[in-house]
Design a protein around this ligand. Sequence first.
Ligand code: ZN
Length: 218
Amino acid sequence: MVRGLLCPLRSLTSGTPPIILCTMQIVHYPHPSLRWKSQPIQSISGSLRRVVREMFELMYEAKGIGLAANQVALPFRFFIINVSGDSDLSDQEHVFINPEISNQSGLVEGEEGCLSVPQLYGQVKRFETITVEAYDLDGQGFAMDLDELPARVVQHETDHLDGVMFFDRMTDTDLQALQPQVDEFVTVFRHDQSTGTTASDAELTEQLKNLERDGLGG
Ligand SMILES: [Zn+2]
């Protein structure tokens, strides 16, 4: 399998809903999915539950505390968090499907990183407190009033669903200092595409469009 190329949805037998048969992976900038405006989830399926479980595993392996669907090349509006980063603390696992942020107030600067640009960190201003409304994996709507780290993570992950990277929100001066590292990610990604290790932007974009059209299946 070509790295960065998500396997197509396939039916095991004709008539059964399509399922994702291939292993997911966290994609790096500038994979086109990281600039995708994701589509709302229409229904909670078994496929979505399996994808979410696998995303938690990938997130823990990578020592992250949040992961958006775009980061595993899925163009759908959901993300997961566990701000403890500890897989043993599963009570801190939360899934946010079709999230909407409201009641933003205050501004606070803090350091952020991202599993799609490993080892790159920068200062980002975020709202200090927010309300987030979303659906969980049972299809139940919920609302949370958040501050501190959970508020920051939810804003960072919601940005992913709109194709926004944390460094887009840095000051020009801070970004200038970081730009060589951002450029290095681009260089590596383009190199992998030139050697065929990673699929071309056209192929990756085609896959995202197919997924949007077909959904996650049953
Ligand atoms: Zn991120």
